[in-house]
Ligand binder design. Sequence first.
Ligand SMILES: [Mg+2]
Length: 343
Amino acid sequence: MNQTARTRPGGSERALSEAYDTALLDLDGVVYAGGEAIAYAVESLGAAREGGMHLAYVTNNAARTPQTVAEHLTRLGVPAEPSDVITSAQAVARLISEQLPAGSRVLVIGAEGLRVALRERGLVPVESADDDPAAVVQGYGGPDMPWSRLMEASYAVARGLPWFASNTDLTIPSGRGIAPGNGAAVEVVRIATGATPQVAGKPLPPMHRETVLRTGAERPLVVGDRLDTDIEGAHVGGVDSLLVLTGVTTAAQLVAARPEHRPTYVAEDLRGLLEPQPEVEPVGDDGFRCGGWTASVDGDALVLAGEGEPVDGLRALCAAAWTAAGDGVCELDSGKVVARLGL
Ligand SMILES: [Mg+2]
């Protein structure tokens, strides 16, 4: 990464929904969790759209079709068309179509979303390594995908066929705990074959390119809950980002984020999309002020003073920690001060 490392959250005098033309929204942990809408998501997205912001939904999940995702969103009260949904299946299908002639057979280890995306690019999904495929593509196949599918992938990859993966998210958070994601299944085939796939999904460039191509966004804002996919993907694409704290990232993880994981803005939830963002101002030698809070470094610990909106305290803490860490990771003890914010 040759960008200068971000050392504090950014400010915006205008509401983010007015300052950017398109929100590129992650789904899980941002719009819904466990299938249900996250607090304030429905009304905030409705207001942003009414204000003229274009909303697009960007997911690494390759199993569901855009049609299915759009129907789910609409049911939750977030009206969406299939064309508003961009999946890693679409990004990987484009990647394959750029390397293989139209009509090529592709062995699919995955679900319907992947097959639909391949057909859309003029490729022919097949199910067996013996069906004369020209490539192999692997995406999340759902909880009932049998082990024999991974065997099928391994046979074809071991023959030297080009191998593609929609995404390599290692885990899927669920109501009952952490489950293995497509990245874990890709690792199985990698271990068996010694080969390495080409990957499309966040945070890699093919996914961002697919998103911009399909939305025509000129001034997009990536909105996500995950540092190593959503926020890093925004860095790779060179666009601004908003982290919301409704998903997998904790306030303490944000304070300790390395440069490519530092978002432009942070908000508690999607209401942040409708709000201006406060400036974080330097104060004294190594302190930073935001709202009623001041954060600074004292020896090997972060110190927080003041009161006010908890997220302002977090913004001030990020500035103190990111400045101290520079191009690296903040090693300062932040647990106690972050806990005090109750985020
Ligand atoms: Mg997410």
